[in-house]
Design a binder for this molecule. Structure first.
Ligand SMILES: [Zn+2]
Length: 142
């Protein structure tokens, strides 16, 4: 594409039937040729994140995961799940038995199975996040 997608930063797209100069971002589905109203607020997508550090997993939530996760020491982003505070609290209750303290949990079989199920639906957490962002963007601008 002639310039990066404004929603997810992706560079690859497919030519849109709307005509020359119109592209659809491969990552998030935003229509690059659409007029972009810079007064529109960027879409906000809250996620529950699963962040592994050693044998522990932090289950938290953020509306700005790139910024948030950059500030937390971790080995690996295991998965994202679309949802905010309510979903985070629900997961904290579900895994209360393996809670080590704060938002950190022992990576046991049950938690691993839960994360595997999320990864089966979206193997790349950041790609999934970009898609949700693209969806939210399209919903907000239509
Ligand atoms: Zn995009």
């Amino acid at each position: 594409m002639p310039f990066a997608c404004r929603v997810c930063g992706g560079r690859s797209g497919t030519a849109d039937a709307a005509g020359p100069g119109h592209w659809i971002c491969t990552r998030c589905g935003w229509r690059l040729g659409d007029a972009f109203d810079s007064d529109l607020p960027r879409p906000v997508v809250a996620v529950v994140y699963y962040l592994r550090f050693g044998g522990r997993v932090k289950i938290g939530t953020s509306e700005q995961p790139r910024r948030r996760l950059a500030a937390i020491r971790h080995d690996e982003v295991l998965a994202f799940e679309r949802g905010g505070r309510a979903l985070e609290q629900q997961r904290h209750r579900e895994f209360a038995a393996i809670r080590e303290g704060g938002e950190w949990f022992t990576l046991d079989e049950a938690l691993r199975a839960h994360i595997d199920a999320l990864r089966a639906a979206a193997s790349d957490p950041w790609l999934a996040y970009d898609r949700w962002l693209g969806e939210a963007f399209r919903n907000a601008s239509s």
